[in-house]
Design a binder for this molecule. Sequence first.
Ligand code: NYM
Ligand code: MG
Length: 214
Amino acid sequence: MARGKLILIEGLDRTGKSTQTEKLVKSLGDNALLVKFPERSTQIGGLIDQYLTNPEFLLPDQAIHLLFSANRWEIAESMKRSLLKGQHVVMDRYVYSGVAYSAAKDTKGMDLNWCLQPDKGLLKPDLTLFLTNSDSELRQGFGEERYECTDFQDKVRGQFAAIFDTLEDPDYKSKHIKFLDTTHKTIEEVHQLVRAVTSDYIQGHADVNEFIYF
Ligand code: NYM
Ligand code: MG
């Protein structure tokens, strides 16, 4: 039986990832599963949630980085089992967020390469949809969590660009990563785009069964 595809929707805060991952999973029907990172319901996820929501809960930048990665490793095996059963797995954030948000802190030694190492060996997405949006109202109205402010988001944007321009393999990038500009588009218009790109990919790669790894 053909394995399912690992599909990732990535981007900065407030670019519509959660809305779009939910809509995509629904449109794929019974055969798809939604996985959101960080997955806050596990033990490690509980620590991550405290770090994000409580400004007094302090951790060294290296430690929280490793917890975000460990949170992916916690779920890695069950994701692989679902894919092997033929289910598509749609993720809301994954390794690229892990690397970009941590590297944006400018902590000594935590460059892109350092940040990627703990995720080495995780499954690589078959298809990444990277959502960008330059609607000016998105620059206001961030939530209350750590990282949710304009200055830091600008730094994260720079790190995402550096990942895709210098860290990621150009051949992988051209085949497996699509950039979708959602500026001035409605939720439904973005969904139609996301759906079209995803269905094309699934149909065009129906017979590819080997996995790719970071
Ligand atoms: N985040 C997310 C990281 O810093 N590293 C990671 O590995 C992941 C998966 O968590 N501002 C950050 C980005 C977000 C925050 O995610 C919470 P969300 O999708 O806003 O709930
Ligand atoms: Mg958020």
